[in-house]
Each structure stands twice: as C-alpha cells, then as structure tokens.
Design a protein around this ligand. Structure first.
Ligand code: FE
Ligand code: FE
Ligand code: ZN
Length: 283
C-alpha cells in the first residue's frame, strides 16, 4: 500500500521529494507549473536528474503530476484548446526526466457544446499529443459532474478511451470525492462501484486513487473536498478503499483541504487504521 499527498510546490523537485518523505509519503502528487496555468519554471537538469534518482532508490514511484486546473482541451475556443495541449506537451516533456510516472488531468468542460463533441475533442487532443512517444502514462481523472464537466461517468471516460489511437498510453485516476459526488456510492457499496468500473473500463485501466472525503452527499455534483473522516464518505469507507484487494496495489494520494503537515497526520492515522485491521484479521 502506497499513500502520499499533493505536495505544495515550494523550491525544486528534490525539495518536494524530501518534504513528501518527511510527512510519511511513499508516493506523491505535485504540479510542475502554477496550478492556474501560465509558464513552466526553467528546467534545472541537475535537480530533475537527482529527483529521478531519489524516486527510484526511495521506491517512491509511481508519482503523479497534476495538470493545471485551468487546462480545458475540449473548450469551444480553439485558442484555449491549443494552449491546453501546449501545456500538456511541455509538462510531458519535463516528465521525460523522470520516466515511468503518471500525468493526471481533468478531461475538461464542454461549456455549451454537446457532451459528445467535447468527448471527441478530448480524444483528438490526446491523439495529437500521443503522436510523440512520451514515457509517462496519461491519466483521465474521474470528475464530479459540476457544471458541464466531462468525465463524471465511467461510460463517458470509456467513450474517450475508445476514440484513442493508442489507448494503452492512457489510464484512469479515480477521485473518491468526485465519484461520490457523481453518484457512485462507495460508502455503501464499494465492490459494486468497482465492478461497474471493471465492466465499463476494465480495472486494468485504474492506475491511481485520489483519496478525499466529500463535504456533500452522494450525487451532489459539487466537488468540495473534506478532510479524511470529516465528510459524508467517512473514515471507515475511505480506509476500506485502502484495503480493498481490487485497489491495494495502487498509489493513493490525498488532496484534502489542509497543508503538508496536516496531510502527514491524515496519512499516519490511515496507516494506523489499516495496520490495526490487518492485525485483527491475522489473529
Ligand atoms: Fe484533480
Ligand atoms: Fe482529484
Ligand atoms: Zn476535486
């Protein structure tokens, strides 16, 4: 079981790695540019090379780079789509310094267009990007279905993947807050939800979990994260994700509304609960 959190990105890559380890992460998520978009920082080759060495020797991979929130590769505006794809390409180029990891992005928002068109635009964009042979796996994040968001159902994510020329280069990151808000009741029936995922997408496509509680009830489509155990999903249901045999090999990343130290405490309490449960089953 690998647990980590989204690490605040002050300093370079190695600084982020050390911060992650200091709060008990054995995987991590981070941005490689301002989360609201804009220019990427200049490449520091030494820092990136050392970062790759640390990840490998520290058995910390796979790690997840999160694309900027503002990226929308299915926008009705051509320049917004183009800008999104440029950022994605640049981020993936940077990730070539630490190959074998994941690039997670929000599929996008249709903003007035039919959802089917948005699905097509996302697939077209990914097909263009994947003409280059990047050594990272791109992940589509499951969304809450807020506004005109694309990717709030397993079916719609499967429609995107079905249109890809290289579907093996794309996987799924499941966000527990988002799918809960999207109407998948993981608190009452986690196995049922995972079986539905398997039927539509195949569990082999599932590569990472965003482990978040939700401020709102199942189906609310709000996307407001809560601290672990302080929301509507609850501590036990989130712990059950960590120990579910269908998920236990995946990296779990916390994106709860707290700082690095707060994430450290949450990681600690989750690990303690999981070990206590394992011991109980053993005896
Ligand atoms: Fe996200
Ligand atoms: Fe997320
Ligand atoms: Zn969210």
């Amino acid at each position: 079981m690998k647990i980590g959190s989204h690490i605040s990105s002050a300093g370079g890559f190695c600084a982020m790695y050390h911060k992650a380890r200091s709060i008990g992460c054995d995987t991590m998520q981070f941005f490689v540019r301002n989360p609201r978009g804009g220019k990427a920082k200049a490449i520091d080759e030494n820092d990136l090379t050392e970062f790759h060495r640390l990840l490998t020797e520290g058995n910390c991979s796979p790690v997840v780079v999160h694309a900027p929130y503002t990226m929308n590769i299915c926008s009705p505006k051509t320049d917004v789509r183009q800008f999104g794809l440029e950022m994605m390409r640049e981020d993936l180029e940077r990730m070539e310094y630490f190959p074998g990891n994941y690039y997670n992005f929000h599929p996008g928002s249709a903003v007035g267009q039919p959802q089917e068109l948005a699905v097509r635009l996302i697939a077209d964009g990914l097909n263009t990007i994947l003409e280059t042979d990047f050594h990272s796996l791109i992940l589509l994040e499951t969304m809450a279905g807020k506004g005109s968001e694309v990717g709030a159902t397993f079916d719609q994510l499967a429609q995107i993947i079905d249109l890809l020329e290289r579907p093996e280069k794309v996987g799924i990151c499941l966000d527990t807050c988002h799918i809960w808000d999207g109407g998948y009741n993981i608190a009452e029936d986690l196995d049922g939800v995972l079986c539905a995922f398997d039927a539509v997408l195949g569990l082999g496509k599932l590569k990472a979990i965003h482990l978040n509680d939700s401020l709102n009830p199942c189906g609310s489509k709000k996307d407001r994260h809560a601290l672990i155990g302080k929301g509507e999903i609850g501590f036990d249901a989130l712990c059950a994700c960590l120990t579910n045999p269908m998920l236990s090999e995946l990296p779990f990343l916390l994106e709860t509304p707290t700082d690095d130290a707060g994430h450290g405490k949450e990681i600690q309490s989750l690990r303690a609960a999981v070990y206590a449960e394992k011991n109980e089953n053993f005896q």
